[in-house]
Design a protein around this ligand. Structure first.
Ligand SMILES: Nc1nc2c(c(=O)[nH]1)N[C@H]1C(S)=C(S)[C@@H](COP(=O)(O)O)O[C@H]1N2
Ligand SMILES: [Mo]
Length: 364
């Protein structure tokens, strides 16, 4: 590394200013380290976090899951009973619906994610649908409500974090009741002792610190169901619900970083670029293209661990001296592809614009 493009005290031009409240949320809700995209499974300590209120501290010895409401055979389970249920382990890619929010203009004020609110874990638990069947839901049931132990305020509205799935959604999705992550018990910040995982949907559906499953004969009107996670063009727009993950890809940034700006530095010559790509609802990735010297080139797909896990990709590049902007763009088997520019909605959801990575190659 002879020449050095990184001047002491350099900052990037045209940066948005973030409020202290956004910065405070960013301290709590950390994101993935993009260099670890080389791994199929995200190391637990680097899996992103999204915690709306405070982490509730729940003693597993006394924790009980209640199945209540419009069931003919409601019942409760202790953690010991839950962990005796038929056990499955599945790698599932989880992404926060707010991932990419900071790229929208104007920037919606909330957790200011750039690219890093995504990760893949091996989740251990039991299929959710048979547990709910066992409680015999009445034919009139319209929603199953999953409620967390965490409680707080959002926009002046006090509530427990809660989300629902309709009977049709439950039948359609491979939702799991989960107590383990990457071979260990769930950590407090990831929902200990019990959460659900709704594969293929954005993370908001995967309720942590689960205390009850209630069958109701109306549609659920919980704050996190009807107020927050909707695609709205403007404040008065009733909008449409956010559910399935949109197709997306990320690149493991090549070379070495400048500490402060994270800009990349590498030697000229052949470099293998790699990353991950995923889409929602189990739809596989059909192709990943990488922008190299102004042209989109198709990368090699290196496979995925399971239906709901991301796919690896890789491509070689002859890096020539100078400054370049690399980018990656995935297309799924249904023909959905990533936009070159961000869209906009008031909540800042599902920004799946292409990942751009500026690099400096030595010798210019
Ligand atoms: N009870 C509860 N469940 C929750 C949340 C929460 O704040 N409370 N956050 C949701 C959101 S928005 C996301 S993206 C995922 C994040 O899961 P993780 O922190 O384990 O990555 O949890 C979801 N489940
Ligand atoms: Mo989220």
């Amino acid at each position: 590394m002879k020449d050095n493009p990184f001047q002491p005290g350099a900052t990037r031009a045209d940066q948005p200013e973030f409020t202290r409240d956004e910065l405070g949320l960013a301290y709590r809700n950390s994101g993935a380290l993009l260099e670890l995209l080389s791994r199929d499974i995200t190391p637990t300590g680097t899996h992103y976090l999204l915690i709306h209120f405070d982490v509730p501290q729940i003693a597993p010895e006394t924790h009980v899951l209640d199945l209540k409401g419009a069931f003919d055979a409601p019942y409760s389970l202790s953690m010991a009973e839950i962990m005796d249920l038929p056990q499955i382990t599945r790698p599932v890619t989880l992404e926060c619906a707010g991932n990419g929010r900071a790229g929208m203009t104007p920037r919606p004020l909330s957790m200011p994610w750039s690219y890093e609110a995504v990760g893949t874990s091996e989740w251990t638990g039991t299929p959710l649908a048979p547990l709910i069947e066992r409680a015999k839901p009445r034919a009139s049931v319209q929603d199953f409500v999953f409620t967390g132990a965490d409680f707080g305020y959002d926009k002046g509205v006090p509530h427990h974090y809660g989300r629902s799935l309709t009977p049709e959604e439950l039948a359609d999705l491979d939702a799991m009741l989960v107590w383990g992550m990457n071979g260990a018990p769930l950590l407090p910040q990831h929902g200990a002792p019990l959460r659900i995982i709704v594969p293929g949907w954005y993370g908001m559906a995967s309720v942590k610190w689960l205390t009850s499953i209630e069958a109701i004969e109306t549609r659920y009107q919980g704050f996190q169901q009807v107020q927050t996670y909707r695609f709205r063009a403007h404040a008065e727009d009733p909008g449409t619900p956010v559910n399935r993950i949109h197709v997306k890809s990320l690149m493991q940034p090549p070379g070495v970083p400048d500490w402060f700006t994270r800009a990349r530095w590498l030697e000229p010559g052949r470099v293998t670029l790699q990353g991950r790509a995923w889409s929602g609802a189990g739809v596989p990735i059909a192709k990943v293209e990488v922008l190299l010297d102004g042209a989109w080139q198709e990368a090699e797909l290196t496979g995925r661990a399971d239906t709901y896990a991301w796919t690896g990709w890789r491509i070689d590049w002859e890096a020539t001296p100078g400054t370049h902007e690399l980018a990656c763009r995935a297309t799924d088997a249904k023909g959905n592809t990533q936009p070159l520019e961000p869209g906009y909605n008031t909540g800042g959801f599902a920004n799946n614009e292409v990942h751009r990575v500026p690099v400096h190659v030595a010798g210019a």
